[in-house]
Write a protein that binds this ligand. Structure first.
Ligand code: NAP
Length: 483
């Protein structure tokens, strides 16, 4: 079992205190590197979720809102607590997620960056009066907190994803009811321990509920006291939330799945492209929404690029992230592992060739999937159509710019994309043609607190990060004054 000063309680947090878990229902949390149970966490009832919503409602202040200075202090305190406890939060994250320790601790820094950004830009949410005086009135625009927000997060960035939502919700003055993924609730409990000890937020401002997604999701969708849900996860669940909240016309912020094209033109710096692809693709074991899922390489450089990739991939180490300097940890669970295996098998059966990695029949019985490169991929293959969410690099050939833009867009998703070329005009044309919310030019880097990030098409609605993200949890109210 995991021991940590940040995990003294393994229950929910409602109205400023840890819950008692009176029903005694729990669920197991596993370390995917060892397969062992490391904690048993409270599984909460519908009544408890409703109590969390009621507590959030009691913390909402409309007529005498929390001042900008007060909200800024909450954000700064959370930022400072995360930075001061980066090692321990990262260790907990590493043990329940499996990603290498240095990545897990880096994710804590990344999370702190969102609280930092919102604290420094919160003034943008102050009311302003517009310069024009239409209709003989003075018009003031106020940014009101939308109300109690349900924040639902996935397991792949257990601290990064909540940081994006919670920083903007607190900046807006919105209380929240937070549900972490059932694979990774411990990092969230650690965050609540820090907020409990190091911040002076009113009771009910932040509430933690854990357990069955169906129970918690239903309560959040049905409650008229939750006007907004901010969800990061699969497009499948995102669609369900759209349907389940339609009746009440709730505001939805949705960060959903991806199927990122990574395009390498024949004039690109192939070493830089290969280095960027490795960093992009294998972060979190390939279990990120922004990781390259289809690699399009110009036919003239395909062999050379494939060799550079294989050379790098063959040097990568796979193992338990807690033990030091491994490049890739285990996949999150058996279903995730089986999906990657199915994608490799399907590609090989349909004519792709294995450039690096193991054939499916050579794989072991744990959750450690070797980094794998396959060449000769086409649109009939599962790895082209679906988000693999694992350490598989599927390479396809292209000849022309028009052809590769069309191929890149040949997916319902529109989250991240990448183009490698030294021709600036071509880069601008390709970025404009790709219907993706993020398009890296000669970089495989993903989101940052300072810039808006989010999906087009079935990858979502709304933006997190940047000023756009700061405005997600407020509603503009205009007050024209007549005399
Ligand atoms: P998921 O299965 O959709 O789960 C995400 C969260 O939703 C979890 O907390 C889950 O709870 C909860 N959930 C499941 N069913 C629900 C329901 N009916 N009502 C309310 N909540 C429900 O996704 P995942 O497998 O954890 O995450 C991987 C996916 O997230 C990938 O598709 C990835 O691309 C996407 N993602 C997108 C972004 C982005 O920025 N666009 C970032 C990261 C990940 P349980 O864990 O209890 O089931």
């Amino acid at each position: 079992m995991i021991e940590s000063p940040l995990l003294e309680k393994l229950t929910g947090y409602i109205g400023g205190r840890w819950t008692d878990n009176e029903h005694g229902n729990t669920f197991d949390v596993y370390n995917p590197a060892t397969g062992k149970v490391i904690a048993q966490v409270a599984s909460m009832s519908e009544e408890e979720v409703n109590a969390a919503i009621a507590s959030g409602k009691s913390a909402l202040r409309l007529t005498s809102p929390y001042s900008i200075e007060t909200r800024r202090k909450w954000l700064e305190d959370i930022r400072d607590a995360l930075k001061a406890n980066k090692e321990e939060v990262g260790r907990i994250l590493c043990m329940e997620h499996g990603k290498p320790l240095h990545e897990a601790q880096g994710e804590v820094d990344y999370a702190a960056g969102f609280f930092d950004y919102c604290s420094k830009h919160i003034q943008a949410l102050d009311a302003h009066t517009i310069p024009e005086k239409p209709k003989d009135c003075t018009w003031t625009v106020h940014y009101r907190p939308i109300g109690v927000a349900g924040l639902i997060t996935p397991w792949n960035f257990p601290i990064g994803m909540i940081a994006k939502k919670l920083s903007a919700a607190l900046a807006a003055g919105c209380p929240s009811v937070i549900k972490p993924a059932s694979e990774t609730p411990l990092t969230m409990i650690a965050l609540f321990s820090l907020m409990d000890k190091h911040t002076d937020m009113p009771d009910g401002m932040v509430n933690l509920v854990m357990g069955k997604a169906s129970v918690i999701g239903k309560a959040l969708c049905e409650s008229p006291d939750v006007p907004m849900l901010s969800f990061t996860g699969s497009t499948e669940v995102g669609r369900k939330l759209i349907v389940d909240t339609a009746e009440q016309v709730k505001k939805l912020a949705l960060e959903l799945g991806g199927n990122a094209p990574f395009i390498v033109f024949d004039d690109a710096d192939l070493d830089a492209a290969a280095d960027n692809l490795i960093a992009n693709k294998f972060r979190g074991g390939g279990q990120t929404c922004v990781c390259a899922n289809r690699i399009f390489v110009h036919e003239k450089v395909a062999d050379a690029f494939g060799e550079k990739l294989a050379e790098r991939v063959n040097k990568m180490t796979v193992g338990d992230g807690i033990n030091g300097d491994v490049d890739i940890g285990p996949l999150i669970n058996q279903a995730g592992y089986d999906k990657v295996k199915r994608h490799v098998q399907d590609a090989l059966e349909k004519g792709a060739t294995l450039v690096a990695g193991k054939k499916p029949e050579e794989l072991g019985n744990d959750l450690f999937f070797p980094p794998t490169v396959v060449h000769g991929v086409n649109r009939d293959m599962c790895c082209y159509q679906e988000e693999t969410f694992g350490p598989l690099v599927p390479m396809a050939l292209f000849r022309t710019e028009e052809e590769v833009i069309e191929a890149g867009n040949d997916t319902e998703f529109g989250l991240a994309s990448y183009v490698f070329t030294n021709d600036a005009e071509r880069a601008q044309r390709v970025a404009a043609g790709l219907r993706f919310g993020h398009c890296g030019w000669n970089t495989g880097t993903g989101p940052t607190p300072e810039a808006p990030f989010g999906g087009m098409k079935a990858s979502g609605i709304g933006r997190e990060g940047g000023l756009e993200g700061l405005f997600e949890f407020v509603e503009a109210q205009t007050v024209p004054r007549g005399f």
